[in-house]
Design a protein around this ligand. Structure first.
Ligand code: PMP
Length: 290
């Protein structure tokens, strides 16, 4: 596999970064995860825009401009002859000293990995996920704002550990005020009648790109899409629930804290949104090989 590292495509074995890189020492950096379907990069513009917004939010000067970043991404996919896969873009503050001062880091580190996607088993989509509420809360927006896709994922990892320790595959995270935020790496939605509800970004969630695709899909399926604060009560009383994310796409949720949601099976509306999403994801995107 060829990895893009600071302007060069190098073999995986040679793709190494310094132990003084502040991405490693302090989690000082940002990232993006992007899918490639049938030789087309899905929502490339949106992902690069979010990467630059994350960079701006942490005052990280990007080593490439928007156009160059897209080109470097395309070049990495091409070099690996990937048709279907997952692209990971990482930008760190770069090499500094052992202090945390970012002013000591003169050059950001840019890494682009284009790899095969590790897909979840199809049974997960057919049976749905059982989710547990974690006691670890999502970051407050006045701290490391969850809208920033930063390299600081410890809160989410702690929530995932709670799920693992309880024998559940996924955890729901509440925000500081006790409202629902999102799961450890996916946005959460509930369905009530013909309305799809999800917490607003102000509740402390990542402005997911799959989430905004769902927002675009809803009118065509005669569904209302609404952003609103949600509590666990709302999830327990919903007809259906599901998660969304670039890697997982749309995953039905069938229980929360051992309480069955709706019929306890993936719901019809979730299925129709998922089918529509898969159709869109596989038919549009930036072509890599044309
Ligand atoms: N929330 C979190 C915390 C995430 O890390 C992600 C991405 N894995 C998402 C939501 C989903 O965002 P997207 O649809 O842009 O992948």
């Amino acid at each position: 596999m060829l990895i893009y590292l600071n302007g060069k495509l190098v073999q995986e074995e040679e793709a190494k970064v310094s132990v003084f890189d502040h991405g490693l020492l302090y989690g000082d950096g940002i990232f993006e995860g992007i899918r490639i379907y049938s030789g087309r990069i899905f929502k490339l513009d949106e992902h690069i825009t979010r990467l630059f917004m994350s960079a701006r939010a942490i005052l990280l000067e990007m080593p490439l401009n928007v156009y160059e970043m897209k080109e470097a991404t395309i070049q990495t996919v091409r070099a690996n002859k990937l048709q279907d896969g997952y692209i990971r873009l990482v930008v760190t503050r770069g090499v500094g000293d052992l202090g945390l001062n970012p002013l000591k880091c003169k050059l950001p580190t840019l890494i682009i990995i284009a790899n095969k996607v590790a897909l979840y088993p199809e049974s997960l989509y057919e049976q749905g996920l059982d989710v547990i509420t974690a006691s670890t809360r999502r970051n407050i927006t006045e701290g490391v704002n969850p809208a920033i896709k930063s390299l600081n994922y410890l809160n989410n990892i702690l929530a995932k550990i709670e799920a693992n320790n309880s024998g559940f595959p996924e955890a729901l995270m509440l925000n500081h005020d006790g409202y629902v935020s999102e799961c450890t790496g996916e946005n959460l939605f509930i369905v009530r009648g013909k309305t799809v509800l999800t917490p607003p970004v102000s509740a402390g969630v990542l402005d997911g790109i799959t989430r905004s695709t769902i927002k675009d899909i809803c009118p065509a399926l005669n569904l209302e899409f609404r952003e609103t604060n949600l509590t666990r009560y709302d999830v327990f009383n919903s007809d259906e629930a599901f998660l969304s994310g670039t890697a997982a796409e749309i995953v039905p949720v069938v229980s929360l804290d051992r309480r069955v949601i709706g019929s306890g099976k993936p719901g019809e509306i979730t299925r129709s949104i998922s089918a529509e999403f898969r159709k869109i994801a596989r038919s549009c995107g930036v072509p890599v090989y044309d």
